[in-house]
Structure formats: C-alpha cells, structure tokens
Ligand binder design. Structure first.
Ligand SMILES: Cc1ncc(C[n+]2csc(CCOP(=O)(O)OP(=O)(O)O)c2C)c(N)n1
Ligand SMILES: [Mg+2]
Length: 354
C-alpha cells in the first residue's frame, strides 16, 4: 500500500538539460571530438580533486587546499574559448584551471604534495600553481589580488599590440575588493582586453553571497565603470564557452573589457578544514542532482548518441588511472633541497640595468 510519508518516488529528480540549441551550435562549431575532450577534462578535474581531498586527509598535502568540485564547467568551458596567447590568472581554488590549461596532472599533484618536481618546485603548493609556458600566471591567495594582475597583463597585451586577452577569475566574495574596482575603472578608461570571470559558488568561506552583496546580480558590479556584464549558467559548459568567446571577441575587436557572472556551486567546504555547517546537506545534494555540469554534459552526449554508457565509463576509468599515477609520482618525488629556501626569492638583477 502506498505510504503517504514515503515520498521516495517524488524525490527522484532529473538533472536539468543543457540548452539544446546552444549545445547543437557548439557541436557544429567544435565537433564531437573536442566536446568529448571537454568532458574528459571535467572528469579528470573531478577525480583529481577527490584524490587531492583524500591525500590531504592522509597528510600528504599540508597547508591550504581548496577543492574545485562542482565548478569544472567554468574552467573547461572558458579555457576552451581561450587562445594560446591569452593570459590566465586566477584565485587559490586553482587546480581545475591548471588542468584545463593543459598542465600535467603529475606536476600539479607534486606541487600539492610540496615536492621538488612540482610546477613551483614544491614551494608554492595548492594555491600557487603556475606555468609560464602555458601563460598560466597563477594561482593567488590574496582575495581579489589577481584581478589587478590580470589588468596588468591586459595592459601589456594592449601595449604590444597583441591580439589576445587576459582572463582573470575571481570569487563572489572577491568582487567587493577595492582593487577589483580600481582595475575595472582603468580597464574601461584604457580599453584593456580584460575578461573578468566571477565564479559565484554562492559562498565566500561560510557567508552566503546575499548576506554581503548589495545585489546578487553580480554582473552589475562593473556598471559604474561602464563595463558590460552578463549573467551565465556556469553549470552549462557550452553557455560558458559562448560567453567567454564573445567577451574575448569584444575585447579584441572593440577594446572593451567584460564582466561575466557565472553561477556555480562548490560541493565541498571552503577549504579542507571547513565542515560547512552553514548550509544543509540537502542543499548540496540538490545542486549535485539537478545542476551538476558533468552529469548534464554526459546526459546530452548519450542523448545525442555521441557516446555510449560504456565509453563514458571508460573516460572515468582513464581519469582515475591518470590521477592514481599522479599520486604515485608525487609520493615518490623528493622534497625540495634545503638550498631551495633561498632560491627564486628575489629575481636576479638584470645585467643591462647596471
Ligand atoms: C585580501 C584577503 N582577505 C581575506 C582573505 C581570507 N579569505 C580567503 S578565501 C576568502 C573567501 C573568498 O570567497 P570567494 O571570493 O567567494 O571565493 P571562493 O573561495 O568561494 O572560491 C577569504 C575571505 C584573503 N585570503 N585575502
Ligand atoms: Mg565564493
């Protein structure tokens, strides 16, 4: 007999579908292979973060560590729209951007483990990933501090006359920092090719965005500087891709900076030491069930007969294997030598200046 209190059937929810028209247009433009590669990257980031979390609990990773799970569609969608000469600069929740930018998972994991084989020789750690060859300019721990760096990079591109943009990522908490607004003003006045991406994961540490912001329409935060803003579903990888591509074009063709407000969600606590008591488990579960960027892309790929369930499982297994190898590499690598304490602290004074 049906039990009134048993609403299990009602609780079963279908994830939101990706915008069909946009997905079809992306398919035309990018092709199936590239889209499958985007899924691969998102899954790799998800598995990487799961293992990073476990390694932290095993005390293999120490210090600060902020996981990106739930936000993968942003790093992957936005960097798919970026070109090789673009500069990328971001916040401390940077593992996903580093991997989406093409950094080797072994080198990234080794940096998290503090090993000398890491991208910053083990001296930067989780918050300070860096890869100059890929124009990935970090990984920064000062909230909002990366935005003026993005402005400086955009200035350099403009000055040199390069056809490229600087993409700066920041959180919903960081948008209120003074330096962000100083940068917006200069970017507009000087016509800098700066694409600023707010990753609104709904919280700044334990504080919900609506408690600290004069408006939750964060795309309006550049309005007083006459900066074009756009709200984007950060859990739809194609919508992210489109928005960044257009913003890039506007920056290059019209010298107009853009502020994109991407709504997303983080699944774990702010950092590894945050038990996340400020939100209910049901809230997190609802986001996972309804809006997960990986599930939504997978469902679309299966629906369109681009991938079978077996192929999707294979992608998962491959990512798991890649991350396990990265863990092994990091574990077996050495810690930096004692002499590394004083290296790379100051730049060498260029001879031509003397
Ligand atoms: C200038 C500065 N103030 C405060 C902090 C401490 N702090 C670290 S993360 C954080 C919250 C930032 O939240 P948000 O910008 O939404 O990014 P998220 O962690 O959600 O990705 C704060 C206040 C800091 N690192 N730098
Ligand atoms: Mg946030």
């Amino acid at each position: 007999m049906a039990d009134e209190n048993n609403n299990e059937a009602e609780e079963h929810v279908e994830p939101e579908e990706l915008d069909a028209e946009r997905a079809e247009a992306a398919r035309e433009e990018l092709g199936d292979e590239t889209i499958v590669e985007m899924l691969r990257q998102m899954v790799l980031i998800r598995r990487f973060e799961e293992h990073a979390g476990r390694s932290y609990q095993r005390r293999k990773i120490k210090g600060f560590c902020h996981l990106y799970s739930g936000q993968e569609g942003i790093a992957v969608g936005s960097l798919q729209a970026a070109e090789d000469d673009d500069y990328i600069v971001g916040h401390y929740r940077d593992h996903g951007h580093a991997l989406a930018a093409g950094m080797d998972p072994e080198v990234v994991m080794a940096e998290l483990f503090g090993k000398k084989t890491g991208c910053a020789g083990g001296k930067g750690g989780s918050m300070h990933l860096y890869d100059v060859e890929r124009n990935f300019m970090g990984g920064w721990g000062i909230v909002g501090g990366q935005v003026p760096l993005g402005g400086g990079l955009a200035f350099a591109l403009n000055y040199r006359g390069d056809e490229a943009v600087a993409i700066a990522y920041l959180g919903d908490g960081a948008i209120h920092q003074g330096v962000v607004h100083e940068t917006f003003n200069m970017a507009k006045v000087w016509g800098l090719p700066l694409v600023t991406i707010i990753e609104n994961n709904q919280y700044g540490m334990g504080t919900a965005v609506e408690r600290v912001s004069s408006t939750t329409k964060l795309e309006k935060k550049g309005a007083s500087h006459q900066i074009e803003g756009e709200a984007v579903d950060g859990q739809d990888v194609f919508e992210v891709y489109d928005a960044v591509k257009q913003a890039r074009q506007r920056a290059i063709e019209e010298g107009e900076p853009t502020l994109l407000h991407l709504r997303t969600y983080r699944y774990y606590g702010h950092s590894m030491t945050d038990p996340a008591t400020y939100r209910g488990k049901d809230e997190v579960q609802k986001q996972r069930d309804l809006r997960d960027p990986i599930v939504r892309l997978r469902n679309w790929l299966v629906e369109e007969d681009i991938l079978s369930q077996d192929e999707i499982d294979e992608i998962d297994d491959e990512a798991e294997q890649t991350v396990k190898e990265a863990i092994e590499f990091a574990d077996e690598s050495d810690f930096p030598d004692r002499s590394a304490l004083t290296s790379n602290v100051y730049v060498d004074w260029p001879a031509e200046i003397d």
